[in-house]
Design a protein around this ligand. Structure first.
Ligand SMILES: Nc1nc2c(ncn2[C@@H]2O[C@H](COP(=O)(O)OP(=O)(O)OP(=O)(O)O)[C@@H](O)[C@H]2O)c(=O)[nH]1
Ligand SMILES: [Mg+2]
Length: 293
């Protein structure tokens, strides 16, 4: 009999949840950046072994609610925990434990869901700091085992997967073994474009950008034409995103096109259109349309 189940990831923004999902799945299903709140919607990454399957539910990082977008992201985490067979709590080893971690620890204890805690980014810590951080993590008193790992290099991740497999129930696979993600093609492409924006912008700009695919057109000669809208909140952000003489939008477009070509394994023409929509982060209608529940 195989074992299979849903594992909800929880952790502060930037802890490395999406990096860990990609590492366990062995494919890039979630975008990653050094900016907090990179992940905005729930993404499922599917990892399948010989007799087990883990459906990893990657979630936005938890912090104090500030606006409609953040509030929606927070509710998503609580819902995902309620639906999960197990939880994977990711701590950022480079940072002290803070209110966000304690908030999650309490939510985990309340939920009663079996949990595994990982102290991530230990590749950045010396032995003494790792031991101190592990002892602080144990102090959160979350149920279940605690492992030091590096999601980036994969060090220590094997035992975490084994432990998670032991926590999910016996049952059949939920996805075909070759499937790695539940996202629509449009969403994956929009995310690859947003990732390139995140890598190139700073301060409030990364948080103010959303990407929407307008059109996917498959030409007879095999070329895929992708038209996308890049939403900013203000004219000045639009100015930054377009860049002097269009330099920024061209750089984003070139890099994103390469990523999309790799994903689709074909030639791509990418057309980016930067637009302003004031206060889209508070616009519940647009959040619905973008699939941010
Ligand atoms: N050195 C090191 N960096 C890591 C590791 N894991 C993740 N990172 C980096 O940490 C940053 C955040 O990683 P993400 O995977 O996007 O973090 P996240 O928890 O999904 O963040 P949100 O989606 O914003 O909640 C990126 O720059 C990663 O490259 C690790 O094990 N070691
Ligand atoms: Mg993420």
């Amino acid at each position: 009999m195989s074992r299979s189940g849903f594992v909800a990831l929880a952790g502060r923004p930037n802890a490395g949840k999406s990096t860990l999902v990609n590492q366990i799945v062995g494919d890039k299903v979630a975008i990653v950046s050094d900016k907090p709140q990179t992940t905005r919607r729930e993404i499922r990454g599917v990892a399948t072994g010989e007799d087990w399957q883990l459906v990893l539910v990657d979630l936005p990082g938890v912090q104090r609610p500030r606006d409609a977008l953040t509030e929606r992201m927070q509710r998503q985490v609580e819902r995902a925990l309620a639906d999960a067979d197990a939880a994977l709590f990711v701590l950022n080893g480079e940072q002290q434990i803070g209110p966000g971690d304690r908030f999650i620890a309490e939510a985990l204890k309340r939920s009663g869901v079996p949990a595994v805690t990982v102290l991530n980014k230990v590749d950045r810590l010396d032995r003494a700091r790792t031991l101190r951080a592990l002892s602080d993590a144990a102090g959160l008193e979350v149920q279940g085992e605690l492992f030091p790992i590096s999601a980036r290099s994969g060090a220590g991740v094997g035992p975490v997967v084994e432990e998670l497999v032991s926590l999910v129930p016996e049952g059949p696979f939920m996805y075909p073994p070759g499937e790695h993600s539940d996202q629509s093609l449009e969403l994956r492409l929009a995310e690859l474009i947003r990732e390139q924006v995140l890598l190139r912008t700073r301060e409030e700009v990364p948080h103010s950008v959303e990407v929407e695919i307008d059109e996917l057109e498959e030409r007879d000669d095999g070329l895929m034409v992708v038209r996308a809208r890049v939403w900013a909140e203000t004219e000045s952000q639009k100015g930054i995103l377009v860049g002097a003489g269009g330099r920024m939008v061209r750089a984003v477009g070139t890099a994103a096109r390469k990523e999309i070509e790799r994903l689709l394994d074909r030639r791509v023409h990418l057309d980016l259109n930067v637009r302003v929509r004031k206060g889209w982060r508070r616009d519940e209608g647009l959040l619905d349309r973008l699939g941010i529940e």
